[in-house]
Write a protein that binds this ligand. Structure first.
Ligand SMILES: Nc1ncnc2c1ncn2[C@@H]1O[C@H](COP(=O)(O)OP(=O)(O)OP(=O)(O)O)[C@@H](O)[C@H]1O
Ligand SMILES: [Mg+2]
Length: 502
């Protein structure tokens, strides 16, 4: 055989080889696919199995390791995820080709964050760190818990995470220096752009992957210098707040949770809510407005409180109206809240209601199809108890989080359970009283820009003998742009109030 023949046979042979190898590979792929299809109905995902093991094999030989920062850990937001988001956001404009843009909380500048599957390289102390942002839309089922009354609702949600890859020899350095560096930088950036927020409870109730709270910017203009109240009291509150925020180490040293409780009490329109807004603006803290009447049980309360952020003020307005806490309190010799003691059980109305309940209402519900729902609801409704509430304010749960302020407001301090009022729960009780001369001067300055006027003397004398709220004074001062007319109107109001005609 000559050379040309030999090479043509060799070529033929190799073509055949390629064809047969390709054929075998296709046959193998078809077989794997068939097996995987056969097995998948039994819950075995062959593709995932192969990918997982290939990854394991690859990881075994790779010098890189990957840390995953998921958005949620257990029931709460993962702080390091939030820090990474802020930190990487500040780098994404310069370092990525695709990023998300939104307006910042002050509506002053833009905030950037990484786009889906986008990668970013960050260099810290000469070492390269690879970041990748991932998000996956998922359908999951809420398990029927006490806090989610509408159980078995399917919802869409998103699972988000950042992946950080680096050489394994830097493992220690990442934990000791790089992550602390990210947290510090993120904190500085947050402080720069920070605007206090007002959070209200989400109407649908919390789920694992959706916030229990929805928020808006707290654009309340109240500040301490605009609040009409005794100057010494105002100063005391401001100093107390300042002392509280700088006492991180002190609280640790004495073994107390870093939190402080304020009770604001006084008649309607004396500035309790305004003072809360002034406190939030002063400290630049968020406000969480907790509506106790919308919470069915302790477990929902726990979830809500766990998803509040540090450096925040938790507010429960009108605590005496929110729940009938007094039910759990033993009746004293004088009866409830100092009222004369009488036996309710002997009241004819009470006897009639009890009989109606036993013989008509309960059998009716029992026979109806909604019996389970009603009993379930009543059972859950009863679960928000005073002891549950106290436990969050000053029990083990209260230690979840730092730099927390809790404010309760009430128009009737006497109606509150003493257990709620003791130091450690409500550390400072602030009486917001009727307008006094000192408060009036603040309001006159605010509303009319007047710091002195011949009629001040009359007004101040009348204020000392008349109960009028700062809200009423403010309203009178706003009625006219002309200070003389407005102040004259206030004198008339005070005189009418004093004589009992207003
Ligand atoms: N001490 C105050 N200083 C300045 N403004 C006040 C003060 N008290 C009331 N006001 C004015 O009156 C209005 C009502 O005040 P605010 O809502 O703070 O009273 P409140 O004590 O919370 O009343 P309520 O008990 O009904 O909730 C506010 O818009 C505020 O402008
Ligand atoms: Mg109020």
């Amino acid at each position: 055989m000559n050379n040309t023949m030999l090479s043509s046979i060799a070529k033929n042979h190799s073509t055949k080889g390629i064809l047969s190898t390709t054929g075998s590979a296709i046959a193998m792929a078809i077989m794997i696919r068939t097996i995987s299809n056969e097995l998948s109905p039994f819950g075995f995902n062959f593709k995932a199995f192969v990918v997982k093991n290939l990854r394991k094999l690859f990881n075994h030989f790779s010098s890189q390791i990957t840390m995953v920062f998921e958005e949620y850990s257990d029931l709460t937001t993962n702080n390091i995820y939030v820090a990474a988001e802020t930190y990487l956001g500040s780098k994404s404009l310069a370092s990525t080709k695709r990023f998300k843009v939104c307006q910042d909380k002050n509506n002053k500048s833009y905030v950037f964050s990484m786009g889906k599957l986008e990668e970013l390289v960050d260099v810290f102390e000469g070492i390269r760190f690879n970041w990748r942002y991932k998000s996956k839309e998922t359908r999951f089922q809420i398990t029927p818990t006490a806090s989610d009354f509408d159980s078995n609702i399917k919802r869409r949600s998103e699972l988000r995470c950042y992946e950080l890859s680096f050489h394994k020899k830097h493992r220690e350095m990442v934990l000791d220096s790089y992550l602390p560096h990210i947290k510090k930088a993120a904190k500085a950036l947050e402080e720069e752009n920070r605007v206090a927020k007002l959070h209200t409870m989400s109407s649908d109730g919390p789920t694992y992957y959706r916030s229990a709270w929805s928020s808006v910017n707290l654009n309340h203009p109240a500040t301490f210098d605009k609040i009409a109240m005794d100057d010494r009291l105002k100063k005391m509150i401001m100093e107390d707040l300042e002392r509280f925020v700088r006492r991180r180490e002190y609280y640790k040293k004495v073994g107390k949770a870093w939190k402080r409780g304020y009770l604001l009490y006084g008649p309607p329109g004396t500035g309790k809510s305004s003072l809360i807004a002034a406190m939030a603006n002063y400290l630049n803290f968020d406000i969480y407005d907790l509506e106790l009447t919308d919470i069915q049980n302790n477990s929902r309360l726990r979830r809500l409180l766990l998803s509040t952020a540090n450096r925040s003020i938790l507010v429960v307005e009108d605590i005496d109206c929110s729940l009938d806490f007094q039910k759990t309190r033993p009746v004293t010799q004088e009866g409830k809240h100092g009222a004369p003691k009488h036996n309710d059980n002997h009241n004819p109305v009470c006897i009639f209601v009890t009989i109606a309940l036993i013989f008509i209402f309960i059998p009716c519900i029992y026979l109806s199809s909604s019996f389970d729902k009603v009993t379930n609801f009543l059972w859950r409704w009863q679960q928000l108890t005073l002891s549950g509430m106290l436990n969050f304010v000053d029990g083990l749960w209260s230690s979840c989080g730092d730099e927390r302020i809790i404010v309760f407001t009430t128009n009737n301090k006497d109606r509150l359970d003493p257990a709620l009022l003791r130091p450690g729960r409500m550390d400072i009780h602030i009486h917001m009283s009727y307008c006094d001369p000192c408060g009036f001067r603040v309001l006159a300055n605010n509303y009319l820009e007047v710091s002195n006027h011949p009629v001040f003397e009359v007004i101040e004398r009348l204020l000392e003998i008349t109960n009028v709220t700062p809200a009423e004074v403010a309203e009178a001062l706003m009625r006219n742009d002309d200070p003389d007319t407005a102040l004259g109107g206030l004198v008339t109001l005070l005189e009418e109030k004093h004589s009992g005609t207003a």
